[in-house]
Write a protein that binds this ligand. Sequence first.
Ligand code: SAM
Length: 189
Amino acid sequence: MCIVESGGRLIRKGPGVVSTGGMTTAREARLRRHWDEEAEGFDRHIAPLERRFLAASREWVADRARGDVLEVAVGTGLNLPHYRDDVRLTAVDLSHGMLDVARQKAGASERPIAFAVGDGQRLPFQDRSFDAVVCTFSLCGFIDHERGVSEMARVLRPGGTILPAGPRTSGGPPWPRPSRAGRRCRSRP
Ligand SMILES: C[S@@+](CC[C@H](N)C(=O)[O-])C[C@H]1O[C@@H](n2cnc3c(N)ncnc32)[C@H](O)[C@@H]1O
């Protein structure tokens, strides 16, 4: 189910909380607003960590992604330059703002990418649609991580690969500007 893109069904969940069929709670709406606000400055804020810690993980993950690849929570598209030329890439994120930045980057390259606004906890794809699912530095910010992982498994073809990368939960490098999601992630044992 797509969150906001055309066809989303409007559902009123309670006073002031409206869902288009994907975002169902005020907490989820706040999370999306947070990432919309972060979008413009995200690459700048993350740059010091990017060089020292994150870029190597992006290379590792993207190098292993083959065939029909879904990137969940693509953010501003920092993994995009690392994919092999022959992958067929679909990318989802719940934030319009983050996706807009990713789209701009993709527009400057030759690779066609299918972008969709979508919730990783309710992926808008049929079962067994992808050969690989990539999710980097994002799962810890999902409200329901287990649901996120089972959705990745659901859309994966038999023999496919889930390729995650994330911050260490203890002793690892902190985020440059701790987001609500990042703080939750580090505080977990
Ligand atoms: C820390 S950023 C990481 C972005 C990107 N994956 C990267 O490696 O740079 C977290 C991203 O997860 C997205 N996100 C958080 N919860 C999500 C969900 N339930 N479904 C889809 N995207 C989600 C946010 O919108 C944001 O773009």
